[in-house]
Design a protein around this ligand. Structure first.
Ligand SMILES: CC(C)(COP(=O)(O)OP(=O)(O)OC[C@H]1O[C@@H](n2cnc3c(N)ncnc32)[C@H](O)[C@@H]1OP(=O)(O)O)[C@@H](O)C(=O)NCCC(=O)NCCS
Length: 312
């Protein structure tokens, strides 16, 4: 598959190197070729401000931004456009290169500072990264309750691909942490996860094989929060994250064929959350929320992912 377009393909800024800039009335957009720690701090800070109070609100840190934007297996940086007004970051948008076997590259953002909105900056950032790559794209989860975000993508010609339910729960020590078998307890973890990926997520073999290496690259990954049910080959991937003001355990994947196994794993995750002293348990799911609700979680929002029609 083709990767990055080398020429300027219709954006309003010429591409001259890893740190290209353009002149515009307010913000200058540059394509940035590497994820320096200071830049990751700036991106995290703006992203956190943009999601505060919405259903995708979560602790964002520089290490999380870096691990979500760079490729897990190669460490390759994303195609990243950053807008600045003077020195201040006013917006950014990125495409993470697809991992081998990944059907669509993930689009992150755009995120635009509240003070810089409705003057076309989001549209320019989006066009800048979309024009720079040729992979089929999918957005991250866009909350339906965030004013304008869905309108922004549908107005730009993107279509809803998936609907995701967001749930919140409270850590609870009612089920002992000792009941949980975790990734720290098994030997051939890579094979366990690859088998589960083929069986429950239905992904093709090479993508299934790289599932654990990709998960491990996430700054939030710990073996102790990957819960297993060896008799059924099931698993629950939970990711703990903190920053200065918040902490959570995210239930990112629940792969099990039977409801009672799913519910046992979800209950164990709540006990793990209590043991790790995080403030909330958050779950995101494409399936129905019934198993999470049965474990005491409540639906707090819905998100859409959007894709460009015609395989882009
Ligand atoms: C969504 C977001 C990126 C839009 O950025 P922006 O710079 O204000 O967007 P633009 O000025 O380029 O607007 C482009 C079009 O999107 C739509 N749009 C943008 N904000 C909107 C709003 N609040 N309500 C309704 N429509 C909106 C409009 O159709 C607009 O065109 P118009 O101004 O000619 O009517 C910005 O609001 C944001 O950062 N939100 C928080 C982060 C976020 O949700 N990002 C999306 C991916 S997670």
């Amino acid at each position: 598959m083709n990767d990055i377009r080398r020429s300027n393909t219709g954006g309003d800024e010429p591409t001259t190197g890893p740190h290209t800039q353009l002149n515009s009335p307010d913000s200058r957009i540059g394509l940035v070729g590497s994820l320096e720690p200071g830049l990751c701090e700036e991106l995290a800070d703006l992203a956190q401000r943009c999601i505060a109070g919405y259903s995708d609100d979560r602790p964002v840190s520089a290490s999380l931004v870096r691990s979500r934007l760079a490729n897990a297996l190669t460490g390759a940086p994303p195609v990243l456009a950053v807008a600045r007004h003077g020195r201040e970051v006013t917006g950014w948008c990125a495409v993470r290169r697809p991992e081998p076997g990944e059907a669509r590259a993930r689009l992150w953002g755009p995120v635009v500072a509240p003070s810089a909105r409705r003057v076309g900056l989001g549209r320019r950032l989006l066009r800048r990264v979309v024009d720079a790559v040729e992979w089929p794209l999918v957005t991250t989860d866009v909350p339906v309750d965030r004013a304008g975000a869905g309108d922004f993508f549908s107005g730009s010609g993107w279509e809803v691909l998936d609907t995701i339910t967001v749930l919140h729960g409270s850590p609870a020590a009612s089920v002992g942490v000792l009941d949980a078998i975790t990734a720290a307890d098994v030997t051939d973890l890579e094979a366990y996860v690859a088998t589960a990926a083929r069986r429950f997520a239905g992904v093709e073999a090479s993508f299934a094989e790289s599932t654990l290496p990709r998960w491990r690259d996430d700054a939030r990954f710990r073996p102790e929060t990957l819960l297993l049910d060896p008799p059924t080959g099931s698993l629950l991937l939970a990711l703990a994250q903190r920053n200065d003001t918040a902490s959570e355990l995210l239930l990112a994947e629940v792969w099990a064929a039977e409801a009672d196994v799913r519910r046992r794993l979800i209950a164990q995750a709540h006990a793990v959350a209590a043991g790790r002293k995080v403030a909330i348990v958050r779950a995101v799911t494409r399936q129905g929320p019934a198993d999470f609700v049965a474990c005491g979680m409540r639906v707090t929002g819905r998100c859409h992912t959007f894709a460009l029609p015609g395989g882009r």
